[in-house]
Design a protein around this ligand. Sequence first.
Ligand code: COA
Length: 159
Amino acid sequence: MRRVVYPGSFDPITNGHLDIIKRSSEVFDEVTVGVLVNVDKKGLFDIEERVELIRKVVKPYKNVKVDSFDGLLIDFMKAKDIKVIVKGLRAFSDFEYEFQMALMNNKLDSSIETVFMMTNAKYSYLSSSSVRQVAKFGGCIKGLVPDEIISMILEKAKK
Ligand code: COA
């Protein structure tokens, strides 16, 4: 069984993330979305809320699971018996950081592989922080995030 993890902060999940999840679920047998408690980033949603939002939007994909983790990604993977990481690449600017992370993860555990998927060009400009900012200042986030979570994001961003 080809199991993969798609890790990230997902604060909140965007249509760019969902595109990678959907395409991964077509290529691999099981996709676990791993939501990181990232101490370096100030969050809008807490970890349980992020997991809940993702579960809502991945319902159509029966081979996608959602879980949270803290600490090292490779430890989460070990616990879940997963050997492959899927990441989306949006632009050249992502490459250096992703290259470094892939090598570090492989250095920490040489049985780990990272597979990159090109982010759909439609979403190459998108990031969770830009969504948070647009929502905070009352801009339109339709098309940037799944429709069913728009109201939750706008509500949270107002606070
Ligand atoms: N569509 C839209 N946005 C995307 C995207 C896509 N396909 N791919 C990435 N992004 C956005 C994310 O939303 C994020 O935006 P933000 O900075 O505004 O929040 C940004 O691009 C960076 O994404 P990513 O590189 O996936 O970072 P992340 O913070 O979401 O996740 C982890 C990083 C969780 C994968 C990484 O920190 C990790 O594995 N941490 C665990 C610690 C560890 O094991 N470290 C050892 C390795 S160095």
